[in-house]
Design a binder for this molecule. Structure first.
Ligand code: ZN
Length: 525
């Protein structure tokens, strides 16, 4: 029996980036796209090019850099069923060897009536025109009937048959609002597969949102019923409650291949190198600022931690008693090498490569300098520390403000005070303030020095590794004018990590404000 492949379509850079506050700079998107290629995803949806000049540039650069090899992933650009959108997508992905335009229009009564203000006949016509137009740019065209799951399925059958006729090769069935349950979704896919004319030549795809916590279950129900592409995001990022988590989909297919086997369904496989899952998850988490919950399936910190005595005993005797996957299968474990202050540049570079970071000369230099600073304070530097450091250094936004100096005094019965020096281009501004606690005082001083006072929405700190010398990683979420920005900072000193995170968030806020860009158009797919 030969195996059948499930195409992994990653939309971390498009749907995932639409998570509030997850906006990424172009450099960050490129880093993620490179890692996605190493992970082995088949398709990277790089952006929604018409939505803003930055989205266009980002998609174009991903197409040029990651889409260059003939064996590389397909680079997809999203477009509404509109000529201008399709043209922008076509231009943005032009440099990729393998490219796809993904166009969509809503087919549910509620969306057609209230959002599009169009009749079903008009929608059908627009869908066909869009696919024909996309065919003028690429061979590989994907079509999505947005909000398919709340649509009249006979109408979806009609639209799909028409777009197949027009040349669409992948048909994606989005559960845009995360409303469907697995059994229903499976039935929809089965019905579309059996009733749509010409669908045998095409790939059916899933795109499920997690509003009821069903995104992965629905996607797999789709696969069980004949879908052979899954749209998903790393760590399940995405609008609202998010999209289907790539790592869960892939590991479910790998671990439970038997579930998908039957008389007419052969063994399923994906092109994913599962050993890259953990690394990819960490990179996306750090660059987007979205912390992974410890109990998150596959990639959470506790996913492979067995603590209860009886489990540990079982695991020691025979791993499979309580372990359905090995930590090694997602790239955890293996050798743990410790670096210290005497580690040279070469040793550091080798270690970075070993844990999966390919850095440019400039990035390596910055990371090495930070490593030396940290190795000075912390005797043993672990792989996890290096990962955090590098991610901190490549989280590149223009550094309008840089922390030069921080001094905080606090204690029982004293009023916490902080003084800071902030470098602003060639100038250094100094400020001092007091607050309810040391972090509050530091933030007040930073607001004073920078003249920026965004609303602080959320603040958290975690230790990267165990022990009292652990690196602290702070994450802050700020808002201004309805936009959210997430900042991160690391240091052996948690107050300094907190100050760095706050300044990082402010730099991100200023970077979008200075360009005077209107809020990006969102594709609610
Ligand atoms: Zn979506």
């Amino acid at each position: 029996m030969s195996a059948e492949k499930v195409v992994i379509f990653d939309t971390t850079l498009r749907d995932g980036e639409q998570s509030p506050g997850a906006s990424l700079s172009i450099t960050e998107k490129l880093k993620i796209a490179q890692q996605l290629a190493i992970l082995g995803v088949d398709v990277i949806e790089a952006g929604f090019p018409i939505s803003s000049p930055t989205q266009f540039d980002a998609t174009q650069q991903v197409a040029e850099l990651v889409g260059a090899p003939a064996t590389g992933p397909v680079i997809a650009g999203l477009a509404r069923a509109d000529e201008k959108d399709i043209e922008a997508a076509g231009k943005a992905i032009a440099a990729a060897k393998n490219k796809r335009i993904h166009t969509f229009i809503a087919t549910s009564p509620i969306h057609m009536e209230y959002k599009l203000k169009k009749s079903s006949d008009e929608v059908l016509k627009m869908a066909v025109e869009a696919v024909k137009c996309a065919k003028g740019f690429v061979d590989d065209v994907e079509f999505s009937p947005e909000d398919a799951c709340r649509s009249d399925i006979s109408f979806v059958v009609e639209v799909l048959a028409a777009v197949i006729e027009a040349g669409a090769t992948t048909l994606n069935i989005p559960d845009t609002v995360g409303y469907i349950l697995p059994y229903e979704y499976g039935r929809i896919i089965a019905r579309l597969k059996s009733e749509t004319k010409g669908i045998d030549k095409c790939i059916i795809s899933t795109h499920c949102h997690n509003d009821l916590g069903m995104a992965v279950a629905n996607s797999l129900a789709g696969v069980r019923n004949g879908a052979r592409q899954v749209e998903c995001t790393v760590n399940g990022l995405g609008e609202r409650a998010g999209n289907a988590a790539l790592e869960e989909i892939v590991m479910a297919i790998h671990t439970r291949a038997d579930f998908f086997e039957s008389d007419d369904v052969k063994t399923l496989l994906t092109n994913i190198n599962t050993k890259e899952i953990h690394r990819t998850s960490q990179l996306v988490s750090r660059l987007t600022g979205f912390v992974i919950q410890p109990n998150k399936a596959i990639v959470g910190a506790n996913a492979f931690a067995h603590e209860a005595g009886v489990h540990v005993d079982g695991i020691l005797k025979e791993r499979t008693t309580y372990e359905i996957m090995t930590p090694e299968s997602i790239g955890l474990g293996g050798s743990r090498m410790v670096l210290g202050r005497h580690t040279g540049r070469h040793g550091f570079e080798d270690r970075c490569k070993h844990i999966g970071f390919k850095l440019t000369e400039a990035e390596l230099e910055r990371a090495y300098q930070r490593f030396l600073e940290i190795a000075d304070k912390k005797k043993e530097v672990f792989d996890e520390d290096i990962g955090v450091l590098i991610n901190d250094e490549i989280r590149i936004v223009e550094k309008t403000y840089e922390l030069e100096y921080l001094h905080v005094a606090s204690g029982t019965g004293t009023l916490p005070t902080a003084s800071v020096k902030i470098k602003i281009k060639d100038e250094v501004k100094q400020a001092a303030a007091c607050g309810d606690g040391p972090v509050d005082a530091a933030y007040e001083a930073i607001r004073e020095a920078t003249g920026q006072s965004p609303k602080l929405e959320n603040y958290s700190i975690r230790a990267v590794t165990g022990g009292k010398e652990a690196l602290g990683e702070a994450t802050v979420k700020i808002t201004e004018d309805g936009r959210t920005h997430i900042g991160r900072g690391v240091s052996t000193d948690i107050i300094e990590a907190s100050a760095r995170a706050y300044i990082d968030a402010i730099n991100r806020m200023v970077a979008t404000k200075d360009k005077g860009q209107p809020p990006e158009l969102k594709a609610e797919l």
